[in-house]
Design a protein. Structure first.
Length: 227
């Protein structure tokens, strides 16, 4: 989810790569689960997040919907996000003890926090992103330094980062296509709705082969979307 603020307002003024050290280690978050509450629909799930959830929980996307995942509109595109529940608006996967019940296969946004991604301007295959430290988001005041790659705790990080960038660009292009739509209000609404449903069905609802590698399946679908 994009944030309409300047990097200077929310970061320590630095950009980081996977091999850089950053003061992000919260020491296991003992006694704190603030970042798992009151997040609204901001914990968006990309296709790999959903793939990992389905694999870890042994369920389908449809079973996730309505119980711990919901759909919301972001820049005119319908995307799934983790559901917040109860008076405390806590993540559906947060235990009564304030611990994450899906930590081993938690979504990318959760692995990233308190880091964020800064996408460079421009287009094409050379467009990249870097990481930044969100200085106002985590309540833990004393955080230790940790290598970014270790903090992200994601296998084959280079491959994953390429996927993240490709997915980001695809969603951005869908949002831009929605903004460019012209015609009557009903015509625009129908075309935007059709584009959003196609994205949702192709990358989330269409079953994945859970015993196989995610990335080839994703890129096959991405290729179909460009035809």
């Amino acid at each position: 989810m994009k944030r309409q603020v300047s990097l200077e307002e929310i970061s320590d003024g630095r950009l980081y790569g996977p091999n850089d050290m950053v003061r992000a280690d919260c020491g296991g978050c003992e006694g704190c689960s603030a970042c798992c509450m009151g997040m609204g629909n901001s914990i968006q799930l990309d296709p790999y997040d959903v793939f990992r959830l389905m694999s870890g929980l042994g369920c389908t996307f449809e079973k996730l919907l309505g119980s711990c995942v919901e759909l919301s509109l972001s820049d005119g595109v319908i995307l799934p996000n983790l559901m917040m529940k109860g008076e405390k608006e806590a993540c559906a996967f947060l235990t009564k003890e304030g611990r994450c019940s899906i930590h081993a296969f938690r979504p990318g946004v959760c692995r990233l926090f308190p880091l964020g991604r800064y996408y460079e301007d421009g287009a094409g295959p050379k467009k990249e992103f870097r990481y930044f430290l969100q200085v106002h988001e985590c309540r833990k005041e004393k955080r230790a330094k940790v290598k970014v790659s270790r903090w992200l705790d994601t296998p084959d990080l280079k491959r994953y980062e390429r996927y993240v960038l490709d997915w980001h660009n695809y969603v951005e292009s869908a949002a831009e296509a929605n903004r460019r739509e012209r015609g009557s209000e009903d015509e625009v609404r129908e075309r935007v709705r059709g584009r959003s449903l196609e994205l949702l069905n192709r990358f989330y609802r269409e079953p994945y082969r859970m015993e196989e590698d995610f990335y080839p399946q994703f890129y096959e679908r991405l290729g179909r979307s460009h035809q």
